[in-house]
Design a protein around this ligand. Sequence first.
Ligand code: IVH
Length: 710
Amino acid sequence: MENEKIKNLQSKTKQLLQEAQSGSGILPKEIETLRSVLQFHENRYYVLDNPLISDYEYDMLYKQLEKLEKENPDLIVADSPTQRVGKGLTASFPTVPHLVPMLSLDNSYDSDDLIDFDRKARELTGLEVIEYCVEPKFDGASISLVYENNQLGRGATRGDGVRGDDITPNIKQIRTIPLSANFLDYGLQTVEIRGEVLINKNNFKKFNDALIEQGISPLANPRNAASGSLRIKDPLEVSRRKLEAFVYHISYYTVDDSKKKDKSGNQLSSTNYQLSSHSQSLEILWNLGFRSPQKEKRVLKGIQAVIEYCNEFEVERENLPYEIDGMVIKVNDFELQDKMGMTTHHPRWAIAYKFKARQATSKLLRVEYQVGRTGNIGPVAKIEPVPIGGVTVGSVSLFNEDNIREKDIRIGDTVLVERAGDVIPYIVKPLTELRTGTEQAIRFPTNCPSCGDELYRVAEEAAWRCTNINCPAQILERLYHFTSKDAMDIRGLGEANIKKFYNLGWLQSIPQIYQLDYEAIGALEGFGKKSVDNLKAAIEATKKQPLHRLIFALGIRFVGETMAKTLAHAINNILDLQNFDEEALQNLEDVGPKVASSVYSFFQNDDNIKMLKKLQSLGVQLQNDKKQFVPGGSLKGQTFLFTGTMNQLKRSEAEAMVEAQGGQIVSGVSSKLAYLVVGDDAGSKLEKAKKINSIKIISEDQFLKMIHKD
Ligand code: IVH
């Protein structure tokens, strides 16, 4: 989007925010402006990953729109941001025909296959060198979208390639898919687009953690999670799954008649109004607000350059927030594509280059049992260490007893193990044909491996639980969770120190975190004055964490980060939650009976209230500091890393400054990093960052200017 347009939308945003905060609120005549402002910010947040306003500000505007539409129902339009939340689907999905059949892709596995593909392409086109567009092969569920006169008309699954399931209400939950897009600006009237629905690794992990916590078998991998989510009959549940979509192909379009004539009404030749290349269509989609692989794609001449880019991207794969399983190589020019044509199975002008499999076989040696924060027992298989996609895997989660029984996994089995990105490796299946008869059934323990108490299993749950709240393993897990990065983020008090202090009897409850005897710690081996000072500073600093972090940190069952934010928004002080009964809790957005019951019992428990009051007396903020939701926010969505020695700032100060403005500190150099701030004598991080084009390398001075700009 051009700068002018952005500036204009930003100034409208500012104006609307002021109006929203004023007594009278936003006026009905401004509803169109309000919608376009919200659509703009949705694109900045979901597609560009670079928001220009805070979540709080977005929510405030969104609520104004909801209010205006409620008061003036005749002003509601189908592509309003409020209309994503659908009405629910009927019992089964109707099927719809695709405008053009959804073909598959031919596969290749090494450079020889690609050289062969290029040879055939040159033969078919008669050209010596071919221009290719190369982009990632997204590993999710494929979808097709139809836009008619700028409006999203329907979204469908691939189905059998000819007909798919009409899943429009679910598709509307995906924030990277615009409900309307100005295709007519390009003369495009009816447009069919192909894309892939994904769930990013981070959200997948959170989603699975929640399932495991509830004693439900987790989903195998993000691909299954995405395709399963599209078939859920409850759009609100789909919305919770935080699906994303990349679009990568315009499979069909018609051109508006007005574009077919010049100013004097003469018919133009089709080259004047038809799309000319794949890279052009990706760019148009991007400009229209879709997430296409506009940044990831490369237009390259000749197959050698293609092979090099594929190899480069295979390394990058590990750092991506979502799963890809290869690259797709497409002849860029549409005329050439037409000339090459298709088989009944795949186009001749494209090929998939598949990355090395992330599966391997290994032997299951034994099973260990870990106790979770809420007493759930997690079986972990120890296998003969085996490299899978560049990482050595020696432990594999077995999730729960049902998973073991359903797959009939036994000790001594040769098992097929899959690792998908950052996701916990899992056993796909045992290779039963390799059994020798010496394999042994896995016997789930009847007593807690930590405290020895008897284990219980709730009827509808798959997890066995230890119900002893004083169980040492559970206490440790609760402390790990409380201090973890997404919770109170107490750096320096890592798992090793927590365990050490626990064993010394110094740290056996949450309030004791704020009562540590630093002198005694300083006397321990391995703790210098500096490290004790740092630890103290880190702990002290977290007393002022925003309330939603504290709520999440308490580890209340079913209360994840999003739910913690919902609760925090509804109260002024955490103790207010004592006054919410289950019904009042269920009136809050997205709070179902399970969450309500769990939150209710947590805040009716005297020990928990005592613990919170103790935290308060130790200086931990229980109050909702609303200001924290409206930060300067100028670094929101930006990632930073500091390397080398700085002259004007301590590293911890610099990091705190970034976080105060909504930025994030990352731990290593990868494509996820936006800014590397370089001090004196910077080493390998700087070298690595130089190789990744997207990272901006800045000095301490530049950093300070950036921080003080606003
Ligand atoms: S192009 C007619 N591009 O891979 C060509 N497909 O194995 C249409 N896929 O069915 C496909 N990323 O679901 C294309 N960048 C990409 C892709 C991609 C993932 C999927 C798609 C296709 C499957 C073939």
